[in-house]
Each structure stands twice: as C-alpha cells, then as structure tokens.
Design a protein around this ligand. Structure first.
Ligand SMILES: Nc1ncnc2c1ncn2[C@@H]1O[C@H](COP(=O)(O)OP(=O)(O)OP(=O)(O)O)[C@@H](O)[C@H]1O
Length: 225
C-alpha cells in the first residue's frame, strides 16, 4: 500500500483534534474521507502534507516513516494538495497559479506538469493567460485541481472538491478525477456528509470528532501496491 496513518494524534491549542487516526490508502486507490464539518478531514490532509504537526502516531509512505519530514520534501515525493478554499493568487494568471509548486520547489518539473494537466483538462489551455480573479468559483476549483496535479503525481489530496460548484462543473471535476485511473495515483477526497457522493470512490473512511469510525468498501479491493 502507498499511504498509512498509524494512530495519528493532533492537538491544536491543547484541544485534541485527531484522536488515534489509522487509515490506509492503496496505490491507485480513490478513497473518500467522509464526515461532518469540523470532524477533522482538513486536519488529516494537512497532517499528510506535513502542514499540521502531530503529537503522536506515524505517517508512512511506501514503507518509509515520513512523520518528521518537512512539507516541502513531501511535495518532492509527489504529494499534491487542493485546499478547500482553493488559495489561488488572484493577480496571477491561471498558468502562473498552476506553476507555483514548481516555482517553490526546483525538483518539480513545471513544464511536464503543465503538459500533463493541459492534456487532462484542455479547457485550462483557453484560460491559461487569464488572471485568477476573473474566474468563477468553479473554474478556480479546476485550476486548483490542476495546481495540485503539478506536484501530486503519486498522491492527491482533494479537500471538498465539489463544494459550492455548479453541477456541470462538478461533473467535469468528477470526470477528470475518474480519468486519472491508471496513472498509479492514489486519491483521497474529503467530502462532508451533506455533499457526499460515492460515485467516484472505491472505498470510504468515515470520520467523527477526530476518529475514524468505519471503513466501507465500495468497489472490489485493489491489489495491494
Ligand atoms: N487553527 C485552529 N485553531 C483552533 N481549532 C482548529 C484549528 N483548525 C481546526 N480546528 C478545529 O479542529 C476541528 C477539525 O477541523 P477540520 O478543519 O479538520 O474539520 P473538517 O472535517 O475539515 O471540517 P470542515 O469541512 O468544516 O473544514 C474543528 O473542531 C476545528 O474547529
């Protein structure tokens, strides 16, 4: 398997936020992380990327304990993160926003990343030179997905990718994620209980108040990678 969280504990200002989270994500698997607002989904994603610090437990990637590895080194491992609030720089163009991970991390090949992303989402080619501030919220999600894919060629963490997106664009985002199958990319998708759709998922982990309470297998289990 590619990613394993073992008994992960995270506290913020002495309040326990994640309480012994254990979950596994196999190579090439698309898994959901489902829970209500405040359950801890974003904190799990930030822990995997190295942005949140753990007070206990381990993050293991392909057998290697990366718990102490800084976030920028994890990007080099091929981790990509699409935050819920998109975090595009409004004054930069679509293409510049997508290239940000390559600008801050010389080991990421921006040109190859862009070729891959434009192949997957040709509609981004048409808006490449537009400033992010001129895009609709849904279009910004597409750009944020493109940016996450520039670094995230092994593990993609998508925080509420469909939230607040009009149905046609949500369908498009879903199609793009589905088309990544076969790229050897593991995908973890956080969704709130209300906006939850199992369509894309092979399995889902349910989270409640900082604890994983259940794992549902939706599609037949993949061969462990
Ligand atoms: N910086 C912070 N300071 C204080 N509390 C925080 C902070 N970040 C998160 N929390 C708390 O941690 C808990 C989990 O938050 P988290 O954002 O991980 O949940 P979530 O499942 O992603 O929910 P949402 O979809 O609303 O973002 C919440 O109770 C939240 O209030």
């Amino acid at each position: 398997m590619s990613l394993k969280l073992e008994n992960v504990e995270v506290s913020i200002q002495a309040a326990p936020i994640l309480r012994g989270v254990t979950l596994e994500l196999n190579t090439g698997e698309r898994a959901g992380l489902i829970g209500r607002n405040g359950a801890g989904k974003t904190t799990i994603m930030r822990t995997i990327t190295g942005l949140a610090s753990m007070s206990g437990g381990k993050v293991i990637w392909n057998g290697q304990d990366i718990s102490a590895m800084p976030a920028r080194d994890r990007a080099r491992l091929g981790f990509g993160y699409m935050p819920e609030d998109r975090r595009l720089v409004p004054e930069l163009t679509v293409e510049e926003n997508m290239l940000l991970p390559a600008w801050v991390n010389a080991e990421i090949d921006g040109k190859a990343g862009l070729d891959f992303v434009y192949g997957l989402m040709p509609e981004l080619t048409d808006m490449a030179g537009r400033k992010a501030l001129l895009l609709s919220g849904g279009q910004q999600k597409l750009v944020a997905l493109g940016r996450a894919l520039i670094a995230g060629r092994r593990l993609l963490l998508l925080d509420e990718p469909f939230e607040g997106v009009a149905p046609a664009l949500a369908k498009r985002i879903s199609e793009v994620i589905a088309s990544l199958k076969g790229e050897g990319l593991s995908v973890l998708i956080a969704q709130s209980e209300l906006s939850h759709s199992s369509e894309l998922l092979e399995c889902e982990h349910l989270i409640e108040r900082g604890e994983i309470t259940r794992r549902n297998q939706i599609a037949p289990e993949l061969e462990k990678g």
